[in-house]
Ligand binder design. Structure first.
Ligand code: NAD
Length: 472
C-alpha cells in the first residue's frame, strides 16, 4: 500500500488575539471573555467577548434602528447588491475562511474548502437574486419583513449555518442578531469584518458571542423572530420560552437518519454513500446517515466492502489536504460520543474500528461501525453526532420503512436501489424532511431543508425558506 506524504495547507489566516462583540457595525468589548481553542491541538487560538443580557439588548436596539431607518425601507434591488457583494467577498476570501474554519472547528480542510465555504457563498448569491423578486415568490403581492431576527447556530458548520440564517433574513428586509456556538465563533467574527468591508449599513448584522445564557437572553429579547439550529433539547426549551409571545420561530434540530440499502443497489456506490453519510464532518451532521439499514441478502457483502473502505480513511491533521476525518469539535462532544459508544457495547452490539494512529493532543475518535444493533438500543435511537455507524438489517421493504421511521426524529433518509419505482415507493413512506436517492448529503441553496417530528419545524433554503422571514 502506498502512503500519502503530508500535504499541509500553507495559507494562514489573520486571526486576531481578541475579538469583541459586533454591534451597530463596530467591535465593542464586554465585561467577560472566554477562550477559543483549536480542537486538533488544544492550543488557544484567540479570546472572545461574552455577551451579557445588556449587550443583547444593545444589539437588538441597533438592529431595530437599522431595520426601521435603512434596511427595511431600502429597495430589494439595493439590498440584493449588498448580498451579491458579500457573496463575492466570501469567494475572494474563501481560502482564508476555509483554513480558519478548519482550525476553529477541527474539520478537514478539503471539506471547508470544497463544501462549507463555497456553499455559504452560494447561499448569499441565491438569496441576493430573491431580494428584488419577493413579490413573485407566491407569498403575496407585497410581502413585508418581520423586523429583527434573533438567530442561534451550532458548531458543526459554523459559517454555513450562519449563511443559511443571515442570507434569507437580509434578502427579505430583516436585520439580524446572530449568536455563533461558543466553540466555533471565528468565522462569524471574520464575517463581521467582511460586513464592514462590504459597507453594510451599521446594525444590519450584529454578532454576539457567548454560550447558552447569551443564546437564551437573545431568545427572550425584543426580537420579532427566533431562528434556531441545534439540539432538540435546547429547541424544546426555546419553543417553551417563546410560547404565548408574538415571536415567530423556526427550529432545525437533531436527526437519526436511516440510509437504506436494498439488495439491488449498486454496492460500490452505496458503500461510498454510506461512508459519506456518516464520516463526512466526523459525523457531526444533523442529517448524518447514522443508521445503516441493509437488506439481509447483501448485508455480508456490504459490510465487508464497507470495512475495507473505512480502513482507508485517513484520520488526523485537519489542515492536511489528504485528511478525510478530522478532530472532534470539543472535549465535551468527545465525552458524549464515548459514552454512547460504551452504551452500545454494554447493550451487546459488536463494535469494529479500523487500526489507525491518532494524534497525541486534541480530541479524536476512530471511525466506528456497530453491527448486531437492535432497534431498542440507545445507539439505534439517540443522536450520537460523531463518526459512529449503527448497522441494522431487514428482509422486506416494509420492514425497512418501519425500522427507518422508528425514531423520534425525521430529518433525512437515504435510499439505494436501481429501481426508480422503489425509490418513489420508499420516499412516499419515509417520515423525513429530505430523502436522498442513490446519493447522500447533497445540499443546494435552492432546495428547502428541514425536519419532521422532533427534528423541528420550518424550512431553510429555496422559495419555501423565504416564508420563515416574511410576514405572510
Ligand atoms: P446545542 O443545542 O447545544 O447548541 C446550539 C446553540 O444553541 C449554541 O449556539 C448554544 O450556545 C446555544 N444554546 C444553548 N443553550 C441555549 C438556550 N437555552 N437558549 C438559547 N440558545 C442556547 O447544539 P450543538 O451541540 O451546538 O449542536 C449539535 C446539534 O445541532 C445536534 O443535535 C444537531 O443535530 C443539530 N443540528 C441541526 C441542524 C439542522 O439543520 N436540523 C443542523 C446542524 C446541527
Amino acid at each position: 500500500m502506498f502512503e500519502y506524504a503530508p500535504a499541509p495547507e500553507s495559507v494562514r489566516p489573520q486571526i486576531k488575539e481578541h475579538y469583541g462583540l459586533f454591534i451597530g457595525g463596530e467591535f465593542v468589548d464586554a465585561e467577560h471573555v472566554f477562550k477559543s481553542i483549536n480542537p486538533s491541538t488544544e492550543e488557544v487560538l484567540f479570546t472572545v467577548a461574552e455577551a451579557s443580557e445588556a449587550d443583547v439588548a444593545r444589539a437588538v436596539a441597533a438592529a431595530r434602528k437599522a431595520q426601521e431607518t435603512v434596511w427595511g425601507p431600502m429597495s430589494g434591488t439595493e439590498r440584493g447588491k449588498y448580498l451579491f457583494r458579500i457573496a463575492r467577498l466570501l469567494q475572494e476570501k474563501a481560502r482564508e475562511f476555509a483554513v480558519a474554519e478548519s482550525m476553529d472547528n477541527g474539520k478537514p480542510i478539503k471539506e471547508t474548502r470544497d463544501f462549507d465555504v463555497p456553499t455559504a457563498a452560494q447561499h448569499f448569491f441565491y438569496h441576493a437574486g430573491w431580494a428584488d423578486k419577493l413579490a413573485y415568490a407566491g407569498l403575496g403581492a407585497d410581502p413585508k419583513p418581520l423586523g429583527v431576527v434573533g438567530q442561534v447556530i451550532p458548531w458543526n458548520f459554523p459559517l454555513l449555518m450562519l449563511a443559511w440564517k443571515i442570507a434569507p433574513a437580509l434578502a427579505c428586509g430583516n436585520t439580524v442578531v446572530l449568536k455563533p456556538a461558543e466553540t466555533t465563533p471565528l468565522t462569524a467574527l471574520m464575517f463581521a469584518e467582511l460586513c464592514q468591508e462590504a459597507d453594510l449599513p451599521p446594525g444590519v448584522v450584529n454578532i454576539l458571542t457567548g454560550a447558552g445564557t447569551t443564546g437564551s437572553a437573545l431568545v427572550d429579547s425584543a426580537v420579532d423572530k427566533v431562528a434556531f439550529t441545534g439540539s432538540t433539547a435546547v429547541g424544546r426549551a426555546i419553543a417553551k420560552a417563546v410560547a404565548g409571545s408574538k415571536k415567530k420561530v423556526t427550529l432545525e434540530l437533531g436527526g437519526k437518519a436511516a440510509n437504506i440499502v436494498f439488495d439491488d443497489a449498486p454496492i460500490d456506490q452505496a458503500v461510498e454513500g454510506i461512508v459519506n453519510g456518516i464520516f463526512f464532518n466526523q459525523g457531526h451532521v444533523c442529517c448524518a446517515g447514522s443508521r445503516l439499514l441493509v437488506q439481509e441478502s447483501v448485508a455480508e457483502e456490504v459490510l465487508a466492502r464497507l470495512k475495507e473502505r473505512v480502513s482507508l480513511l485517513r484520520v488526523g491533521d485537519p489542515l492536511d489536504k489528504n485528511t478525510d476525518v478530522g478532530a472532534i469539535n470539543s472535549a465535551e462532544q468527545l465525552e458524549r460520543i464515548t459514552a454512547l459508544t460504551e452504551a452500545g457495547r454494554g447493550e451487546g452490539a459488536e463494535v469494529w474500528q479500523p487500526a489507525c494512529d491518532l494524534p497525541e493532543n486534541g480530541f479524536w475518535f476512530r471511525p466506528t461501525v456497530f453491527t448486531g444493533v437492535q432497534q431498542s438500543m440507545r445507539i439505534a435511537q439517540e443522536e450520537i453526532f460523531g463518526p459512529v455507524l449503527s448497522v441494522l438489517t431487514f428482509r422486506t421493504p416494509d420492514e425497512a420503512i418501519a425500522k427507518a421511521n422508528n425514531t423520534p426524529y425525521g430529518l433525512s433518509a437515504g435510499v439505494w436501489t436501481e429501481k426508480g419505482s422503489k425509490i418513489l415507493w420508499a420516499a412516499e413512506r419515509l417520515r423525513a424532511g429530505v430523502v436522498w436517492a442513490n446519493t447522500f448529503n447533497q445540499f443546494d441553496a435552492a432546495s428547502p431543508f428541514g425536519g419532521l417530528k422532533e427534528s423541528g419545524y420550518g424550512r431553510e433554503g429555496g422559495r419555501q425558506g423565504l416564508e420563515a422571514y416574511l410576514d405572510v
